[in-house]
Design a protein around this ligand. Sequence first.
Ligand code: DLL
Length: 432
Amino acid sequence: MEYWNPKVERLSAEELKQLQERKLRRLVENAHQYSSFYKKRFAAAGVSPHDIRSLEDIQQLPFTHKTDLRDTYPTGMFSVPQSQIVRFHVSSGTTGVPTVVGYSANDIDVWTTCLARSLTACGLGRGDVVQVAYAYGLFTGGLGLHYGVEEIGAAVLPVGAGTTTRQINLMKDLGTTAIACTPSYMLHIGEVAESMNIDIASQTRLRAGILGAEPWSLESRTRIEQNLGIKAYDIYGTSEMSGPLFTECSAQNGIHAWADHFLIEIVDDYGGPVEEGEKGELVVTTLSKEALPLIRYKMGDITSLVWEECECGRTHPRIMRIQGRVDDMIVVRGVNVFPSQIESVLMQIPEVGDHFQIVVDRAGPMDVMAVKIEVTESTLSDRVGALMQLEERVAKQLRDVLMVNAKVELVERGTLPRSSGKSQKVIDLRQI
Ligand code: DLL
């Protein structure tokens, strides 16, 4: 079993918690001293740095949110002078004001170290060729992974997002052994390779996918692994935390969250702690970030956390597969529906292709939900009766899980939009 830093990756839970406690106290003192934003926040909540002695005391601190970053756009939450900033990343701002993340030189080092540990846990190292197919630029995926791959001494192939045919040719010609991209783009690369008569499993050296930046189900993972003959590792991170940071290890049973740099809490709808292993919202406190420290930042992602030692020997807590976002939830006729539930059902049905889209609209006072699914040409050329049976079967399986009716529409493979980045699975026409 290979580790990047065996000593740190195998500290006991007790040692890690002590380290977190020390770093938390320092973080809160610094934030109070150097950040006018946090100083005001602490005052409004009636809490002073002296109140924070133990890890449990974190519950006295107020939460922070994406809206805080937007309200203080562009750099109002930064805690260091401009002269210490060595890089910016900026979110796309599709839902309003963009969020700007600044990095000190040390922030970049910590980010790269975390990724070096993670990529090593995915079995990568010297001799590997890692194709980075996340977008380079303001998005954190491309540059983040780029430096992580260089750190472990592997060769980086910085293709960036898109140019799918070229991705496949380069993968073949340069002997790519791992690719980093979104799971939906991985599926798309698979289908384009097929149309080029290239069998990724037998005609390339690809053996690992470092896939994340969007929710994906275990069933999608199985499809990707079987179709492409690779191991598909989940990678998690957000621009506010730095970018992509944590991955699964060879056990593929949860994402190792490096606890010496990040303190993760899972909270319920009311902000209270949940029991270990219970589902809730992920809340992050950055223990090492200098330029933009986050204290109890509500990430919006739904998951659970376990502290048990992993079979790989790493002791840091694991974030279990992200189930969706609190703001992803669609309410259809009063019933809460998560796109990830739909994906899970669809990906278990062999006739259903890899791409689907959920369209929610209003018919008079009623919400209606349609699920468009791609099927192969050979399925579409089946008898009308057989097609109707398939639609009914899918609709029934969806209803059993969602408790609400969905109209199922079969469409030809290649009809639904493809993305080289995060895919948009839900179109909610009620909001337009
Ligand atoms: O997506 C950073 C990243 C780049 C992660 C490359 C992984 C790989 P943001 O654009 O800020 O940052 O989006 C962060 O994406 O809050 C989740 O909702 C979602 N997300 C990221 N990774 C996963 C994952 C990057 N493995 C938001 N599973 C997060 C599910 C994920 N959702």
